[in-house]
Design a protein around this ligand. Sequence first.
Ligand code: DGL
Length: 271
Amino acid sequence: MDQPIGVIDSGVGGLTVASELMRQLPKEELIYLGDTLRCPYGPRTCKEVIQFTWEMVDFMLSKRVKMLVVACNTATAFTLEQLRQELPIPVIGVIKPGARAAIKMSQNLHIGVIGTEGTINSKAYPNALKDINSNIHVNDLACTSFVPMVEAGVLEGPEAFKIVSDTLTPMKEQNHIDTLILGCTHYPLIRPIIQQVMGDKVTLISSGEETALQVSTILGYQKKLFNGDRAPMHQFYTTGCVEVFEEIANKWFERPVARIENISLGVGTRK
Ligand code: DGL
């Protein structure tokens, strides 16, 4: 089936999931949309996150995607169930795959979760983890300054280190956690700093790998994988500044990303 897979995020964070999809499903074409203009979603109300996510979804439906990946934890926490009920295509989020990946890794069942305030307040991660194993101990922490820092393109250097180190102090003090979920798709972009701050006894988990595996399983089961031969032409869209998006994308993919376009989403058009 040669329809693309849609990937949405509030900004550049979902690129960390998109790159895993490209690695695991190299023949599949992706359409990526980052709502950079209205990022961060983390401090927004549930109503706003739902509204903005639906606007991204409408854009994806207009592109006739065969599957939707909500590559944003905040949007997953607030909208996944609704999207699954209302959309005619398979929809997957990043929270359950992240929880599953962490459970596979943890030896002592003490798991930390960092994310946006929206994701942390929703308790979506503790619920997902405890649904799988009720003996798991979860420590969670909202890291409000990470997303604005990443969206500004600050991915390394002393300023980034100080922000990460100061923010993670309470999590570091939980010195029994052996696994830390990067519960925001922006965080893998600053993974080396987070690892340096947390120390190498803590395994960091990003949900990209497990999410891509699940996409491949679902499309395979539904016989919707592309089975010809091609070099896919991915398309990237941002509601914000193309140049900043491009700089971060090129750094992440370690090569220039073709075709990034600016689009506007219909603010307030969906009821
Ligand atoms: N990448 C989004 C997430 O995983 C960032 C959220 C935000 O925009 O604050 O939650």
